[in-house]
Design a protein around this ligand. Sequence first.
Ligand SMILES: *Cc1c(COP(=O)(O)O)cnc(C)c1O
Length: 373
Amino acid sequence: MQFIDLKTQYSALRESIAARMQRVLDHGQYIMGPEVAELEQQLAAYTGAKHCITVSSGTEALLIALMALDIREGDEVITTPFTFAATAEMIVLAGAKPVFVDIEPDTCNIDARLIEAAITPRTKALMPVSLYGQVADMAEINAIAARHGLAVIEDAAQSFGATYQGRRSCNLSTFGATSFFPSKPLGCYGDGGALFTSDDRLAQAAREIRVHGQSKRYTHTRLGVGGRMDTLQCAVVLAKLERFEWEIERRLRLGARYGELLAASGVQLLAVRPDRDCVWAQYTVLLPDGTRDRVQELLKAEGVPTAVHYPIPLHHQPAYAHLCCPDCCPNSQALARRVMSLPMSADLSEADQERVARALTQALAQVQAATPA
Ligand SMILES: *Cc1c(COP(=O)(O)O)cnc(C)c1O
C-alpha cells in the first residue's frame, strides 16, 4: 500500500498526459507556451477567481503574493506555526516578520479569535493556512482584515478543490496561493503552483513579478523573481483536471468513510465545520499523547505507511525560534506530538482503507494495553 497512490492515477490518464506533453514537445514553446494561458483560464473558471497566475511552486506563489502587496522590512504578517515551513519562510524572505498565532485544537487551523490581539501598527497581512484541505475561518479572518485595512493571503497549498460557504478555496481572500507539488490534491510531475486574485492591479503586479518585474520585455518596472511554471507541467495539470471533479468527490467520500471506520478506534478525528468541506490533502488523526512512535512502528510492520504533518511547530524550529516565546502557542505544541497522517488519495481502495482502519485500531489497543495507566 502506498501513502499516496499516484500510479493508478497515472495509468488512468496515461494517454492524455502523453498526448498533451507530446504537443508541447512539437510546438516547442517550453516557457510560457499556450498551455500556460489555457491552464490559467481553466483554473480561474474552476475557483471563480477573476485571475489565475501560474508560478513555479507553491512556495514561490506565497513570495510573489507578498511582493505584489509590497510587504517588506519592518512589516508583520500574522500566520500559524502549525504548517509547512514555506508559509513563514516566505514572510521572512520578503523581509517581514511572521507573527505566530495559535491553532484551534479540533481543526489545527489558525484560531481566528486570537488574531486581533496580535495586530500591531506594523501588521500588513494575515496568512491563514487551509491545513489538511480544510479552509480556516475565512469569513471571520476577512472581517478582521477589513476592520484593520489588512490583506489576506490564503495558503491553499493543501486545499485546492475545497469549498467554504459555497465558494472555492483560492477565491476567498485578497490572494489565494496553491501548489501543484505531485502529492497535493492537484499535482503536476515536478514543481508548480498558482496564485489567484480578483484584483486587477494585484494580478498585474504578480504577472510582472513572475518574470523579473518586467512590465514589457527588458523593461524591469519592479523587483521580481524567475517564477514561471513550465509549459510541460501546465500540460500535465490540464490532463489531471479531466478527472479532478471525480477525485475531489472521492476524497470527500473516503474522508467521511475514514471517520466511520475509526469512530470507535480510540483516535480523535479532526472536526470539519458544517459550512465547509475538507479535501484531505492528508488524512490526519490525533493519537493519545505518547503513543505515536509505537503506533507508527506497529502500522509499518503491517505494511501501512504513515507520516507526520508536522512534528515540530515552526516557533520551535531553530530558524524561527527567536520570533516568538516557546510557550506562545500551546495548542500547536501539544498537537505536533499527536498528529499522524494515514494513506489517502483518490485511488485508495475501500479494501485498503479498511485494512488501515483495522491495523490502526489494533495497534492503538496494543500500545494502550502495554502502557501502565
Ligand atoms: C506544500 C506546501 C507549501 C509549498 O508548496 P511547494 O509547491 O512545495 O513549494 C506551502 N504551504 C503549505 C501549507 C504546503 O503544504
